[in-house]
Design a protein around this ligand. Structure first.
Ligand SMILES: [Fe+2]
Ligand SMILES: [Fe+2]
Length: 472
């Protein structure tokens, strides 16, 4: 379905047929733009940025590239096409028609899920707002801005649902989404990981690889929802999300490449002397971002997750492709927990283990990119392997929150943790070093900071020296 760009708010939901809703969203729009000016990418209001804009909501709808000033980006409301005769795919109401309105008994649950998802979107823009100062190239700066405008659009997606389906409290929640801010001591964002700073580009690439991927799994399970407008919103958001993870995977990959190049060229492991980022430091950043992202999936055993599923609100990853009864009554699933100094697996009802199952899907997916990074190292003939740490390592939420676990999955005493933590997680020294590499933004087309390789190809196949951002 094509998107109508002739209206003040671009949309493919026939917004003009609902005057009240249209007026309410048009009243929210200036507040959103004010938020973008105050909290969006610092100093960027006048830049012309080579951005893609969706023209339709199928996966080929991304053909539209051009230089745009970000405050003029056409944010709007795009839902994936409606599937005729779609039925609820799981839970107690499996097989019944999906809901086009919010069922009264699920109203507060759905509102909370939508607000929580919506809150992460502007939060990441806020976390990343200073990165433009130190961009390693115009290519990377453009990718940062593309992600930022799309996270802004994801906020629009959730705000539309709140306005269209939740009446007055929905409108109030939509305002609050602009009033909470990442790291604000009085009004922080809802989830802990979204109140941390993204202080440097290595953290940014790790964040887009690991934390945006958590977003992918949350969106994918909401894309199964029996509440059809939510499912359709999330389906389209997933097509945008894919680019964010691409930026993360290729960003880390290009750092790995540059590090390997420096090691080979100078026949040394000491790449810090050459202004590169050594592989053990990359491993420690990986350990950190992976473990904090795992926490976002919540408790291993969760009655909330069971209730969401039974009610038809939040499904499993690719629910419709799983071959079972999609109700899970009586089924069991193994979850891990610490027991007398070791980690044991124990079966629990599959319904209560849905967070853990989603976490497992996520872990399997994370491992794929790490394999590709290792291929780069292998091709360089260097004996080093990046690894995903054990799921119990460095957790703050769930069964492992109160124990120390090594990256290889041993429950260890405080003393062993303290003696090794600087080998396992970014130390002060690592962070200071990585930040020291973040020089003034590299603004010459085709040039890259010393610690990262050029990408294999340009965005939309542009030439190597393409001017992705014009500063005016
Ligand atoms: Fe997003
Ligand atoms: Fe994202």
């Amino acid at each position: 379905m094509s998107i109508n760009y002739s209206e003040l708010i671009p949309n493919n939901v026939d917004l003009s047929s609902d005057r009240r809703l249209q007026r309410a969203l048009e009243a929210w729009q200036p507040n959103y733009l004010q938020w973008w000016r105050d909290m969006g990418p610092e100093g960027s209001l006048g830049y012309d940025v080579y951005l893609r804009t969706a023209i339709s909501t199928d996966s080929n709808g991304w053909a539209n590239f051009g230089h745009v000033k970000m405050p003029e980006y056409r944010w709007g409301i795009f839902l994936a096409d409606r599937e005729a005769d779609r039925t609820i795919g799981f839970g107690d109401e499996k097989g019944k028609p999906v809901w086009q309105e919010v069922p009264g008994e699920h109203r507060s649950t759905l509102r909370r899920l939508i607000v929580t998802q919506g809150d992460t979107e502007p939060a990441s823009v806020e976390q990343q707002r200073l990165l433009g100062r130190t961009a390693p190239s115009l290519y990377d700066l453009r990718n940062l801005f593309q992600i930022n405008v799309e996270e802004g659009r994801h906020l629009w997606a959730m705000v539309y649902l709140l306005h269209a389906y939740f009446g007055r409290d929905g409108r109030e929640e939509a305002e609050e989404l602009l009033h909470r801010h990442s790291g604000d001591p009085d009004k922080p964002r809802i989830l802990g990981a979204f109140n941390e700073k993204t202080p440097d580009w290595l953290s940014f690439f790790m964040f887009t690889y690991f934390t945006d991927r958590d977003g992918k799994y949350q969106l994918a399970s909401l894309a199964e929802s029996g509440f059809d407008p939510l499912a359709r919103s999330c389906r389209f958001m997933l097509t945008e999300e894919a680019h964010h993870m691409f930026v993360g995977e290729t960003g880390v990959g290009r750092i790995v490449q540059r590090t390997c190049d420096l090691m080979r060229e100078h026949k040394t492991d000491d790449v810090r002397a050459l202004g590169g980022i050594d592989l053990p430091t990359l491993q420690r950043y990986l350990n950190f971002h992976f473990s904090v992202s795992l926490d976002l999936f919540g408790q291993e055993a969760s009655t909330n997750a069971a209730n969401y599923y039974t009610a038809g609100i939040k499904g499993r990853y690719l629910e419709t492709r799983i071959e079972d009864d999609h109700q899970l009554v009586g089924a069991s699933y193994d979850i891990m927990s610490p027991a007398s100094g070791t980690i044991v697996a124990r079966p629990v009802p599959a319904l209560s283990a849905l967070n853990e199952r989603l976490r497992q899907d996520y872990i399997d997916d994370c491992a794929k990119g790490v394999l590709r990074w290792n291929k780069i190292i292998e091709r360089a003939g260097i004996a080093f392997e990046l690894t995903i740490p054990h799921r119990a390592f460095h957790r703050r939420i769930g069964a492992f929150a109160d124990v120390h676990v090594s990256p290889d999955g041993r429950v260890i005493a405080d003393a062993e943790w303290k003696a090794n933590v600087d080998k396992w997680l970014p130390s002060e020294t690592d962070q200071t070093y990585v930040r020291s590499l973040m020089g003034p933004a590299v603004t010459e087309p085709g040039k890259y900071a010393n610690w990262i390789a050029a990408p294999g190809r340009g965005i939309n196949n542009q030439a190597a020296d393409f001017e992705y951002v014009r500063f005016n």
